[in-house]
Design a protein around this ligand. Structure first.
Ligand SMILES: O=C(O)CCC(=O)C(=O)O
Ligand SMILES: [Fe+2]
Length: 353
């Protein structure tokens, strides 16, 4: 495939939710014919997710701040993710965000389709973007919207129902901003870099893309994947996973690990752009979502993406004679990301030196 000219997307498939109402079988386009799919496999090891207390990170003057930075650095170098506690968002507010997600996907089809993604668009309600004829489609419906900065929101694809949707998502984006800033600062400090090193590359107007994921229960979870293995193209991603239903898995050293359900914590993972800025010290982890036959699952991922014109590249301070630069400088990585993604290549390979 010509990377500079991705083919126009094929018409979106029917939503998975509708599909499953039609009967209990898995259509061929969703089914893997080899062993790349995975059922919810209880024999996979449970991940011991590193926990970072955001309240202890600078600017806190706590005597444990240094220790917490060391923990952060090791979590991001080893797993590329951590569970953030003490993040300052109340459980009752997170409950509202969960409820909203559930309520949106429970709306009648006609209502959800009012915010349908245009065939050539990115944002809106739909399912896996079909770019290749032979692509196996993810068992997932999603709503994908920019939530911040405010002037980049495309309200025509923002749901009008549930009624509280706009207000709550606005508030969520406002509450996430200081968390994101603090995490960026702590990441820089943990590498002995100037505090604003990551934050400056992200920019004051860095964009937050929200992706509401809905994984309907599946009669044959062994044949499908909720989300195929991928690493995120973001700088960092903040995930609010389902409260009760497991399904997210991370890959480390060739082994898949199940993420346990961790109510009220935010799961924060590194995306490719932080791997690039940190010159590979922080890992953008491969992860996937699996489904199960008993319960639907939801999640909300917020991808933080730099202002489009910002040039991203390894921090100069991390490069010396012994540690060469591993990645090229790049602008608008998101574009490269989507061009590579569906062709089954790892987008970050495009910027490796
Ligand atoms: O469903 C999840 O828990 C994770 C979602 C995810 O990885 C994504 O939306 O990129
Ligand atoms: Fe992801």
């Amino acid at each position: 495939m010509d990377m500079a000219q991705p083919p126009p997307p094929l018409p979106p498939a029917q939503s998975v939710q509708e599909l499953i109402l039609d009967g209990g079988t898995v259509p061929e386009r969703y089914a893997y014919k080899d062993d790349r799919s995975a059922s919810f496999d209880e024999s996979l090891p449970l991940m011991d997710v590193p926990v970072i207390d955001l309240g202890l990170l600078p600017p806190s003057s706590s005597s444990s701040a240094g220790e917490e930075l060391i923990k952060l650095r090791s979590a991001l170098a080893c797993w590329g993710c951590f569970q953030a506690t003490n993040h300052g968002i109340s459980c009752s507010f997170l409950d509202q965000v969960h409820e909203l997600t559930q309520q949106f996907f429970a709306l009648p089809k006609e209502e959800k389709e009012k915010c349908a993604r245009a065939p050539d668009g990115m944002e809106g309600y739909g399912n896996d973007m079909v770019l290749l004829e032979q692509q196996v489609i993810d068992w997932n419906d999603r709503l994908y919207i920019i939530i911040s900065p405010e002037d980049q929101r495309k309200l025509e694809v923002w749901p009008e129902k549930p009624e509280t949707f706009r207000e709550v998502m606005h508030e969520y984006s406002v509450k996430l901003r200081p968390i994101i800033n603090n995490v960026f600062k702590a990441m820089a400090l943990s590498l002995n870099l100037e505090e604003n090193c990551f934050l400056n590359q992200f920019g004051e107007q860095g964009v937050m893309f929200a992706r509401f994921n809905y994984y309907p229960r599946c009669p044959r979870p062994d044949l499908v994947l909720g989300l195929k293995p991928h690493a995120d193209g973001s700088t960092i991603t903040l995930v609010l996973p389902d409260r009760e239903v497991e399904g997210l898995q991370f890959l480390r050293d060739g082994q898949w690990f199940r993420v346990p359900t961790i109510p009220d914590a935010l799961l924060i993972n590194v995306g490719d752009q932080v791997e690039i800025i940190s010159n590979g010290i922080f890992k953008s982890p491969m992860h996937r979502a699996v489904t199960n036959a008993e319960s639907d699952r939801i999640s909300l991922a917020v991808f933080c993406t730099p202002e489009e014109e910002n040039e991203i590249g390894p921090a100069d301070e991390l490069i010396d004679e012994e540690t060469p630069r591993l990645y090229k400088k790049i602008r608008n990585y998101t574009k490269t990301y989507f061009e590579y993604y569906q062709s089954g290549k790892r987008p970050i390979d495009a910027v490796k030196i």
